[in-house]
Design a binder for this molecule. Structure first.
Ligand code: 5EF
Ligand code: ZN
Length: 263
């Protein structure tokens, strides 16, 4: 029921009025361009433990009015970050059918078609994500840039349920699968910086890992993402399409993004 949106009077320019951190420091997303990038040889490939969830388990997929999000199992966690981070949920950001440029992070000013985020919390220091989400070392989000290419059968394991979560607060059950298959090939090549949640309350609590290489999904899969869902409830007389649910890039002065790869 949080009152913010991506368009109109409650759009991102108005967020700081109700959510002061949104007007604060270390805001995400940002543009990756060469004069803020610095190679860091200590950036190791991430290790994903418990990501291969058996199909006997189920993930709950839901439309929360801002995005489509899938809750993940607490047996999934990442190693090789400063702390152990346990998976919480994944969700997506996208554009619209006339402009498939809905990624949040950009590279050299270029938007990708869409972006997948896998949200984790620091389970070494905090009991749950609610305790972690406003702490500087509380969250770690993996970002995967999506672009058009061949049909992607792994993404289809989520996308095929979109027709059952068309409206706000609808839910569907997704049989378990290997979440690591949603990631690009080169897990050793990524951008790393300290930033924030890209939605209200915009807490500066996120260690971002944005993989260098995009993942491909088909034009039809992208069209489904751009046209399937609504921000409104099924009985709302004025349905609002869920499109363009990405925040614009934020100022990134005097800061560096660390990269695990050479140009
Ligand atoms: N782009 S992003 O990764 O910054 C990001 C989102 F874009 C986004 F939409 C959500 S949300 O939970 O679906 C709705 C707003 O909270 C979250 N949810 C996070 C923020 C707060 C919270 C609390 C519990 C579980 C997940 C989250 C989020 F971290
Ligand atoms: Zn997100």
């Amino acid at each position: 029921g949080s009152k913010w949106s991506y368009i109109g009077p409650d759009g991102e320019k108005a967020w700081p009025k109700k959510y002061p951190f949104c007007g604060g420091v270390f805001q995400s997303p940002i543009d990756f361009h060469k004069d803020i990038l610095q190679y860091d040889s200590n950036l190791l490939p991430l290790e994903f433990i418990g990501y291969n969830v058996p199909s006997t388990d189920q993930f709950t997929l839901t439309n929360n009015g801002h995005s489509v999000k899938m809750y993940l199992s607490p047996t999934m966690y990442i190693r090789n970050l400063p702390f152990e981070y346990t998976a919480s949920q994944l969700h997506l950001h996208w554009g619209n059918r006339n402009k498939s440029e809905g990624s949040e992070h950009t590279i050299g000013g270029k938007h990708f078609a869409a972006e997948l985020h896998i949200v984790h919390y620091n389970s070494e220091k905090y009991p749950d994500i609610t305790a972690a989400m406003d702490k500087a070392d509380g969250l770690a989000v993996l970002a995967i840039l999506l672009e058009i290419g061949p049909f992607n059968p792994t993404y289809e394991k989520i996308f095929r349920h979109f027709r059952n979560v068309k409206y706000k607060d609808q839910m569907a059950q997704v049989p378990g699968f290997n979440i690591q298959e949603l990631l690009p090939d080169r897990l050793d090549e990524y951008y790393r910086y300290e930033g924030s949640l890209t939605t209200p309350p915009c807490y500066p609590s996120v260690l971002w890992t944005v993989f260098r290489h995009p993942v491909k999904i088909s034009q039809e899969q992208l069209r489904a993402l751009e046209t399937a869902m609504y921000c409104t409830e099924s009985d709302d007389p004025e349905p609002l399409e869920m499109v363009d649910n990405f925040r614009h890039v934020q100022k990134f002065d005097e800061r560096l993004v660390f990269i695990s790869f050479h140009e």
